[in-house]
Design a protein around this ligand. Structure first.
Ligand SMILES: [Zn+2]
Ligand SMILES: [Zn+2]
Length: 449
């Protein structure tokens, strides 16, 4: 195994005190500090290697100064026990799966048996200090050096729209007191004809290019709402389905919700509330996971899951027409685990966040309206799944009540234009969010965010 020093993590009591030595006394350059809310730490990198050490394009080694931002942070606990000092050493490897297999074969005690997502799309795993002479060792496989999958750029943010969907950065938006983070659970494909109902292919194929099986690419973009509490709206399809399912729906989840949440500085444990627009598999599949023993359990261990009662009734009693979309494993375990909360009507879920029934797609499909500081955003889910569905008549063939969809959409689009709402498009393969406009009866989406 080849391993290169990536960085050395140092637990510090306070960053200012640490900088008086590393920056002022030693005279080293330091990078801007970065908060990692999921770990309750602030990290400041101090480059100390030569970029050429690490090969083309990779950064050289650095020191990572780690300060706790909360008393229960792992760094605070570390300092309490051992005082400030060396916390961990990170070694970069080409193939982290192979490295872990090799270590396991030699009886090494691991903290992580499987790699998990780290910052900037890297995969990381910790080795227990008892196997490494008292040093906590982190293995890291950078996204760009992975043997599998395409090379990807580090995530960027700030509402920039990238045209290469494989790169799908997370996108952050500020709305009054809220931070809204559009994350991704990857992509899938559905029949183009079914996605556009009565619209002929000669028209819809000008907006999106079908593959040889007539399927069009769709994204799954849950939305994180960070305010007094942290909420996620929908959660993509998750990873419980088999190969045949993945083949039928052209599933591409090489970068999924775990990765994009990690990029947003979040872990599943950070989510307080999971809110469902409706319970179709491409929205609710990520609500549950199958653990090592094969048992289904809630994917967000601390969260309360909120579902509209009518949608729950329909989803737990699917008909011949609806049962391909309603997969019980995605939500029945939530009721069994006692984390399900049903709401009966339009109401406030947390201050500034309301649900509103649209019907149409399913009888109890709901959109989510977020308001703060005089600004409004709307997560419309399958009411307007992509930017191609903005005109009234461009309604999915999947919709159970298409005339209701049209009426709900017409009303919503009027409001969205009047109030300059930021509208999120959950399934658009390229555009996460934008503002609706209408000129000479023609609607368009403005994305210069
Ligand atoms: Zn749906
Ligand atoms: Zn959908």
């Amino acid at each position: 195994m080849k391993a290169v020093l990536d960085h050395v993590g140092i637990a510090v009591k306070d960053l200012e005190g640490a900088l008086r030595f590393y920056r002022d006394a030693l005279g080293l350059e330091v990078e801007a500090p970065e908060d990692v809310p999921s770990q309750q730490v602030r990290a400041q990198f101090v480059p100390v290697g030569q970029p050429s050490d690490a090969g083309a394009g990779a950064a050289g080694a650095s020191l990572e100064l780690l300060a706790a931002t909360a008393p229960e942070s792992p760094i605070a606990k570390f300092i309490e026990k051992r005082g400030p000092g060396l916390h961990h050493i990170t070694l970069r490897v080409d193939d982290i799966h192979a490295a872990l297999a090799q270590l396991k074969a030699r009886g090494t005690r691991l903290v992580d048996n499987e790699p998990r997502p780290g910052a900037e799309g890297a995969l990381v795993a910790f080795i227990h200090p008892s196997s490494a002479q008292g040093v906590l060792i982190e293995l890291k496989q950078s996204r760009a050096t992975g043997p599998k999958g395409p090379a990807l750029q580090p995530a960027s943010s700030g509402g920039r729209v990238l045209l290469d969907p494989a790169r799908q950065p997370i996108q952050r938006f500020t709305l009054g007191d809220f931070e809204l983070i559009s994350v991704s659970d990857g992509f899938f494909r559905l029949d183009g004809g079914s996605m556009f109902g009565v619209i002929p292919k000669t028209m819809w194929s000008q907006k999106t290019r079908p593959d040889e099986r007539n399927r069009i690419p769709l994204a799954m973009r849950p939305l994180v709402v960070r305010g007094s509490r942290t909420m996620i709206i929908d959660a993509g399809m998750g990873d419980k389905e088999n190969e045949k399912f993945h083949e039928i729906y052209g599933v591409e989840r090489s970068r999924h919700l775990d990765h994009t949440l990690a990029e947003a500085g979040l872990a599943a444990e950070d989510i307080d509330i999971v809110l469902a627009s409706h319970l179709h598999f491409d929205h609710a599949g990520g609500f549950t996971v199958r653990d090592a023993s094969g048992r289904l359990r809630p994917r967000f261990p601390r969260a309360q899951y909120i579902v509209r009662r009518g949608e729950w009734e329909d989803a737990t009693h699917p008909s011949v027409r609806t049962r391909a979309s309603y997969l019980l494993d995605n939500y029945v375990p939530l009721a069994e685990a006692g984390v399900l909360q049903l709401v009966d009507e339009d109401q406030t879920i947390m201050p500034g966040v309301k649900v509103r029934r649209t019907g149409g797609h399913t009888q109890h499909h709901q959109m989510i309206v977020i308001e703060s500081g005089g600004k409004t955003a709307a997560f419309v889910a399958d009411l307007i799944p992509t930017t191609a569905h903005v005109p009234d008549v461009w309604v999915m063939g999947y919709d159970l009540y298409p005339l209701d969809s049209m009426a709900a959409k017409r009303q919503f689009v009027g409001e969205a234009i009047d109030q300059e709402m930021l509208v999120f498009f959950e399934h658009d393969p390229v555009i996460a969010a934008g503002y609706l406009q209408e000129e000479d009866g023609k609607r368009r989406v403005r994305i210069d965010l």
